[in-house]
Design a binder for this molecule. Structure first.
Ligand code: PEP
Ligand code: MN
Length: 373
């Protein structure tokens, strides 16, 4: 059971203390307090955990400080909407807001290779007014003989350059628990020149120990990529590991599913699930058209399949777009075939702005039609 307090109520309010005492008076029940950043306001939620099935809601609803009491109706206890009873949870990190209403792009190198290439991409982003990027240091590769990423040794110059170009968040995959500490230490050593969003790759979507590790720290937010060979429900449960550990600053990312039915794309595009994830969970949803499509294939209309695929996510309300870009894709050490050229990036960003406007126009059209009825 979740008790949502009215927006202006502070957790220190004596009435909140009485409410918690009442809840904990029921046998086997304990409480947890969470401050939630919603779309338009921040509010406090009190989670009642344990044997709550038999507890009546009325005594709690009678408190003046309570907005509503929501029974947990589904498995995703921390991230779920519970029948629409709970509003979306956004977060702010390093000055950037990420929520079910936001729309930051995260372009960048799939794998960090040279300082020159990093400068070229971050510099371009700075000129385009983009302060969020991707840059992989630890790469999970299908073959052990392929480039595995520069690892911890590149972190000092990645963070220094991110700071130099005004990048506020770098999405960076971690593949083992020790990477979290390496990143935290390097960030501190850089004087917090930038911020990092810890990326859980599709191959680690059910690495429960890693999920617990990113969930038990609250310094850095998490970009969770849907598992490519498991159901959506399994991915959401995996994400629940992060949230239940205590870290609710999560961006959920769709990146396509592994099946030959998606050929000739690298993965079968699953961006029709953008509204589904927004309905089932309180999390903002990102799409990754680069790993979904996997190539620079061009449609007869002149737009890359990556552009069309990204647009499918955005027209459905995606909140962020992760996209690979490289100054010379043919020389990239990882995923070059799907990397946009630097000259294509501004075109994509403008394309996505147009599509986002169309999405917002769809919402206005709906609002006007319901106001008229
Ligand atoms: C990546 O974003 O670099 C990556 C490896 O993606 P995924 O885990 O979705 O394959
Ligand atoms: Mn990649």
């Amino acid at each position: 059971m979740i008790i949502v307090l009215k927006a202006e109520v502070e957790a220190s309010d004596p009435e909140v203390g009485r409410l918690i005492a009442l809840a904990e008076g029921f046998p086997g029940v304990r409480t947890e307090l969470h401050r939630i950043q919603g779309a338009t306001r921040s509010l406090t939620e009190i989670y009642l955990l344990g044997h709550t099935g038999v507890i009546p809601t009325t005594p709690f609803e009678e408190f003046a400080c309570v907005e509503k009491v929501v029974r947990i109706t589904e498995r995703f206890r921390s991230i779920g909407r519970h029948g629409g009873g709970l509003e979306a949870v956004g977060f702010e990190y390093n000055g950037v807001r990420i929520s079910q209403d936001s729309f930051p792009p995260f372009p960048g190198l799939c794998a960090v290779d040279t300082p020159e290439n990093l400068d070229a991409v971050f510099g371009l982003l700075a000129r385009l007014g983009v302060a969020t990027a991707r840059a992989g240091a630890y790469k999970p590769r299908t073959s052990p003989y392929d480039f595995q990423g520069h690892g911890a040794r590149c972190l000092p110059w990645v963070f220094e350059r991110a700071g130099k170009h005004g990048i506020r968040i770098v999405a960076m995959e971690v593949t083992r628990e020790s990477h979290i500490e390496e990143i935290q230490k390097a960030l501190a050593a850089s004087g917090y020149a930038t911020g990092v969003m810890l990326q859980i790759g599709t191959r680690n979507a059910q690495n429960f120990e890693l999920l617990k590790a990113v969930g038990q720290q609250t310094e850095l937010p998490v970009l969770f990529k849907r598992g490519m060979g498991i159901t959506l429900e399994e991915s959401l449960n995996a994400c629940e590991y992060v949230a239940s550990g205590g870290n609710r600053r999560i961006l959920f990312c769709l990146r396509g599913m592994k099946t030959n039915l998606g050929d000739p794309h690298r993965n079968f595009v699953d961006f029709a699930h953008v509204p589904v994830v927004k309905r089932l969970t309180r999390l903002p949803v990102c799409v990754d058209p680069s790993h979904a499509v996997g190539s620079r294939a061009l449609a007869p209309d002149g737009l890359l399949d990556i552009f069309h695929t990204a647009a499918q996510g955005v027209i459905a309300g995606a909140n962020a777009v992760l996209v690979d870009c490289h100054p010379s894709p043919e020389a990239a050490l990882c995923d070059g075939p799907q990397a946009l050229l630097t000259r294509e990036l501004p075109v994509l960003l403008e394309d996505l702005r147009i599509v986002r406007q169309a999405y917002e126009a769809r919402l206005r059209n709906l609002a006007a039609s319901s106001a008229g009825t």
